[in-house]
Design a protein around this ligand. Structure first.
Ligand code: ADP
Length: 402
């Protein structure tokens, strides 16, 4: 059956040739095209691909024939349920016809029409069957369209993935390859400063100073860009589970000097096991806590890490008592190289939160901040909980760390 088929075709199978021709004639007068299959083999060949409905005389339907037909009908696609009109004789309510009905059950979509049948009844039964068949074709077309849409989406996703990966490769190569010539600039400007300091005039010293500073800053930017591309370029797809307590411990260990220097306290609530790679979770904590220590006020920093279980995700929060972020910049700060302060007041390149965002989005999560200027900020990130995640016991020794 081709999708653009217009002419419907009814197959007729009655063991007596004359019956078949009579039915065909009645249908023809009712405007319905049909074809007589004298042999059950012919019917089998055309069912179900080449028929819109089938009329069978029940005397043709012995158990072996029903079995052969049922086997053939089993090959129908899921959308198809070929209508079968069975012409019975001998009354519908007799034991014999009830037994016959049971026998026909494997044939699925069966309508019984009792003989003698008036032409108008036969035509309207066949029309009903054809209407039902047309609805099946509509479903088939809908399914085909859906499949087409799904294929298109899949293809677009694949193209997007390729384009992204090319972009990442480019960003990686660019940041990696630029480091070498930059190293030359750094080394020689440093040499220039050492060798000619105080030998040239004041302005020359100042310019050399800018040169060294610019090179150092560009070096930091390239390093940050490199680590940003590395977060996104990992192809690892395997599911991972990480105890947030452990990732937090590692992040705190790496920040120990700054924690001690600022006199900060890091507190934590019960933390879950999250479906993430440990290195990513640690990076998140390190960036968020690192910022909490950096963007502090006069008083000692106080950081609180907590987690809350939602219906199908975990929300982890890192709260501080620092300078806060103005509401209007709450989205902007997650952009790459976006900063609200100059490097003198607060050193940095503006890549930390962009890395956090990339990591969280990799797990189909979200990151955002709620803040009050002059009182502090709370950074939240959500991680969908597809895998097993459960509350790990509180690690008491690291609970309060100074
Ligand atoms: P960086 O710290 O290198 O500037 P980030 O991407 O980590 O880069 O942060 C972007 C900007 O967001 C920072 O420049 C700062 O203005 C703001 N910010 C980040 N964390 C905090 C925080 N805890 N408190 C206040 N401001 C913050």
């Amino acid at each position: 059956m081709t999708p653009d088929r217009v002419k419907e075709r009814v197959l007729i199978h009655t063991p007596f040739g004359r019956d078949g021709s009579l039915i065909q004639e009645v249908l023809h007068r009712g405007g319905i095209a049909s074809c007589v299959c004298a042999q059950i083999g012919d019917l089998e060949k055309s069912v179900p691909q080449d028929a819109d409905a089938v009329i069978v005389g029940d005397e043709a339907l012995g158990a072996p024939v029903v079995e052969r037909l049922a086997d053939r009908l089993k090959t129908q696609p899921t959308w198809s349920d070929l209508p079968l009109i069975v012409m019975t004789s001998g009354g519908m309510e007799t034991d014999r016809s009830r037994a016959r009905l049971r026998l026909l059950e494997p044939l699925g979509n069966v309508t019984l029409v009792e003989r003698p049948v008036r032409p108008v009844t036969l035509v309207s039964s066949v029309r009903g069957a054809l209407r039902a068949r047309r609805r099946q074709y509509e479903i088939r077309d809908l399914l085909a369209q859906r499949q087409l849409d799904a294929n298109t989406i899949q293809q677009s996703n694949e193209e997007l993935r390729l384009a992204n990966s090319e972009l990442q490769q480019f960003a990686y190569s660019a940041s990696h390859d630029l480091q070498e010539p930059l190293r030359m600039v750094s080394i020689y400007s440093e040499l220039l400063r050492k060798k000619y300091a105080a030998k040239l005039d004041d302005q020359a010293d100042e310019f050399i100073g800018y040169l060294v500073e610019g090179a150092t800053r560009m070096d930091q930017l390239l390093k940050d860009l490199l680590s940003y591309t590395q977060v996104t370029s990992s192809n690892e797809k395997s599911p991972a589970l990480t105890a947030a307590n452990q990732a937090l411990d590692r992040a705190i260990l790496n920040l120990r000097a700054r924690i001690e220097h600022t006199g900060a306290t890091i507190e934590r609530g019960d933390l879950p096991v999250l479906p993430m790679h440990e290195v990513h979770l640690q990076q998140l904590f390190q960036n968020l806590i690192g910022n909490a220590l950096k963007y502090r006020r006069e008083e000692k920093p106080r950081v609180i890490v907590q987690a809350q279980q939602q219906k199908d995700s975990w929300i982890v929060s890192v709260a501080d008592n620092g300078i806060g972020v103005e509401q209007q910049y709450a989205d902007l700060i997650f952009g790459i190289f976006k900063r609200l302060h100059n490097s003198e007041a607060y050193p940095g390149t503006g890549i930390g939160l962009a890395i956090c965002k990339k990591i969280v989005e990799r797990y189909r999560g979200r990151i955002w901040v709620e803040s009050e200027v002059g009182r502090g900020s709370t950074f939240y990130f959500s991680i969908p909980n597809h895998g097993p995640a459960y509350l790990a016991s509180k690690s008491s020794d690291a609970e309060l760390m100074q």
